[in-house]
Ligand binder design. Structure first.
Ligand code: HEM
Length: 483
C-alpha cells in the first residue's frame, strides 16, 4: 500500500481519519462508536500466533529445484520425470532451542526444512544441517527438548539439564560431538550442508522400493564461526543469519545446494546391519559414504525473498508426512513419531485450515471432503462433501500408490537396546576425522558447559568420550584442566 492510498477498515469501508480518535471534546474521553479505533487495537492484540515449540527463530525463501540426473529407476515421483525439470520450492532455516527473538549464532543444530510444490502435491523434507540426531525414539523427544529450553525455576538455560540428559543417553554422543565441533556454529545459513537425516524410501514405476538418505551440499562452501565470534555476533547482530540470507537473495547472489542421494536395497541394509551391528533405521547413526556412495540428483536454489515474513515464513507449516507418490517413509521410529507431530502442532499453532494459506496450499488441484472449521478459504464450493465407497476387493493392496507392503519383523513390544547397541564407534569416527585444531576447538567448546555441571554428571559424560576415543576423553580433560 502506498502512503497516499485510502485506508479502509477490514470490511473495506473508507476510514475518515486514521490519526485522531473520536473524543467527547478535545480532552476526551473516547467514544465506543469509534469502530476503526477499536478494530485497530483489537487486531493489534491478536498479531502474534504461538511460536513453534522448537525451531522458533528462522529465515525463509522461495526457490527452484532442477533435476540434473535421471533417478526414475528409483522413483516414479513426477518431479524427477525428466532432466532439466524445475519445481518451485520454499525453504526455512532455523535454530532449534531458542525463542523467536533469540540469536542466530547460538550453538545449536540448524533446521533445514524444504518444500517442493510438485504437480502431485507438496513434498516436504524437514531436515537439519546434521545427518544424525540426539535420540532414536520419539518418546524421549519432549524430555530432550525440555533440557534445551529454560530451567523451570531459574528461567535460565542450564548446562546441568543438558548434560544430565545427554550423559544418560549415550546414543546422543555422535550428535553432541557434531554440535560442539565448529559445525555447531555455522556462518549463516548459506554456508552449511543439509540432510534429510532419516532413512526414507523411494518407489519406482515397477513398485520396487529402495531406501535412501537425502543430502544437500552447499555450493557456497562450508563456513563456520569460531565460538568467540559466534558469542560476539549474538550481541552485535542477533539476526545475522537472516540478514545474510535476505541480503544475498536481494543482491541476486542466489545460494545453491547440490542434491544427492544415498541409496540401498533392503537386502543391502540387512547385510550392512549384519556386518556392522548398526540398525540402518537408527537416526543416531549415519550410513558411511564408502558403503553407500552419493548419487547426484539436482540443484536446489533459493532465488526469491518472501514479501511478508509472517504470512509466509512464520505461517509455513512443513510436515515430514507430506510425501508424494513414488516416495515413502521407513521404519525409523523417530520418523514415525514425526509423521504425527507436525500436523498436530500446526493445527494448534496456525489453525485447523493451515493448509489453505497460500504458502501451504498445493500448487496442483486438490479435492477432499474436509470441510469447515475456522478460516476455511478453500471450502470445496458446492462440491459433494462426502465420499462413497466403491466395490470392495479382498486382494492385498500394499501401502497405496503402488508402494509394496512393508515386511515386519518380530512381535510388538517395547525394545530397550541400551547396553546392547554400539553408540560409540561412529562418534569416535567423527572425532578422528577432525584436524588437530578442530579437536582442540571441540574439547574447548565442551569444557565451557561441562565446567558448570556437578561431578557425577561430569564423570558420566567423560566416560562416554573415553569409550568413543581415549584421545577424546583426554582432550576434554585437558581443556577442563583436570586429570
Ligand atoms: C519443527 C517435533 C525431530 C527438524 C518441529 C515442530 C515440532 C517438531 C512439533 C514445530 C512444527 C511447527 O509448529 O510448524 C519433532 C518431534 C521430533 C522431531 C516430535 C522427534 C520425534 C526432528 C528431527 C529433525 C527435525 C530429527 C531433523 C532431522 C525440524 C525442523 C523444524 C521442526 C527443521 C522447523 C520446520 C520449520 O522451519 O517450520 N519439530 N521434531 N525435527 N523440526 Fe522437529
Amino acid at each position: 500500500m502506498s502512503q497516499d492510498q485510502q485506508i479502509t477498515t477490514a470490511a473495506g469501508i473508507p476510514v475518515a481519519d486514521n490519526q485522531n480518535s473520536i473524543s467527547a471534546g478535545p480532552r476526551g474521553p473516547l467514544l465506543l462508536q469509534d469502530f476503526h479505533l477499536i478494530e485497530k487495537l483489537q487486531h493489534f492484540n491478536r498479531e502474534r500466533i504461538p511460536e513453534r515449540v522448537v525451531h522458533a527463530k528462522g529465515s525463509g525463501a522461495y526457490g527452484t529445484f532442477t533435476v540434473t540426473h535421471d533417478i526414475r529407476h528409483f522413483t516414479k515421483a513426477k518431479l524427477f520425470s525428466e532432466i532439466g525439470k524445475k519445481t518451485e520450492t520454499f525453504a526455512r532455516f532455523s535454530t532449534v532451542g531458542g525463542e523467536r527473538g533469540s540469536a542466530d549464532t547460538e550453538r545449536d543444530p540448524r533446521g533445514f526444512a524444504l518444500r517442493f510444490y510438485t504437480e502431485e502435491g507438496n513434498w516436504d523434507l524437514v531436515g537439519n544441517n546434521t545427518p544424525m540426531f540426539f535420540i532414536k525414539d520419539p518418546i524421549k523427544f519432549p524430555d530432550f527438548i525440555h533440557t534445551q529450553k529454560r530451567c523451570p525455576r531459574s528461567n535460565l538455560k542450564s548446562a546441568h539439564m543438558m548434560f544430565d540428559f545427554w550423559s544418560k543417553a549415550p546414543e546422543s554422543l555422535h550428535q553432541v560431538t557434531m554440535l560442539f565441533s565448529d559445525r555447531g556454529t555455522p556462518d549463516g545459513y548459506r554456508h552449511m550442508d543439509g540432510f534429510g537425516s532419516h532413512t526414507y524410501s523411494l518407489i519406482n514405476a515397477a513398485g520396487e522400493r529402495v531406501y535412501v538418505k537425502w543430502h544437500f551440499k552447499t555450493r557456497q562452501g562450508i563456513k563456520n564461526l569460531s565460538a568467540a565470534d559466534a558469542a560476539r555476533i549474538a550481541g552485535e547482530d542477533p539476526d545475522y543469519a537472516q540478514r545474510d540470507l535476505f541480503g544475498a537473495i536481494e543482491r541476486g547472489e542466489f545460494p545453491q545446494w547440490e542434491v544427492r542421494l544415498q541409496v540401498a536395497t533392503e537386502q543391502q541394509l540387512d547385510d550392512w546391519e549384519a556386518r556392522t551391528g548398526w540398525n540402518p533405521f537408527d537416526l543416531t547413526k549415519v550410513w558411511p559414504h564408502r558403503d553407500f556412495p552419493l548419487h547426484p540428483v539436482g540443484i536446489f536454489e533459493l532465488n526469491r525473498n518472501p514479501d511478508n515474513y509472517h504470512a509466509e515464513v512464520e505461517q509455513v507449516a512443513f510436515s515430514p508426512a507430506n510425501a508424494v507418490p513414488g516416495m515413502g517413509y521407513s521404519p525409523d521410529k523417530m520418523l514415525q513419531g514425526r509423521l504425527f507431530a507436525y500436523h498436530d502442532a500446526q493445527l494448534y499453532r496456525v489453525g485447523t485450515n493451515h493448509q489453505h494459506l497460500p504458502v501451504n496450499a498445493p500448487r496442483c488441484p486438490f479435492h477432499n471432503q474436509q470441510r469447515d472449521g475456522t478460516m476455511a478459504v478453500h471450502n470445496g464450493g458446492a462440491a459433494q462433501n462426502y465420499a462413497t465407497v466403491n466395490a470392495v476387493g479382498s486382494a492385498p493392496r500394499g501401502m497405496g500408490h503402488g508402494e509394496p507392503e512393508l515386511g515386519l519383523r518380530g512381535g510388538a513390544g517395547r525394545f530397550d537396546g541400551r547396553g546392547m547397541e554400539d553408540d560409540y564407534t561412529q562418534a569416535g569416527n567423527l572425532f578422528r576425522l577432525l584436524t588437530p585444531q578442530e579437536k582442540l576447538n571441540l574439547c574447548a567448546n565442551l569444557a565451557g558447559p561441562l565446567s558448570q555441571v556437578n561431578d557425577e554428571i561430569l564423570q558420566r559424560q567423560l566416560a562416554h568420550f573415553d569409550k568413543a576415543d581415549s584421545a577424546y576423553g583426554a582432550g576434554v580433560r585437558a581443556a577442563l584442566n583436570i586429570r
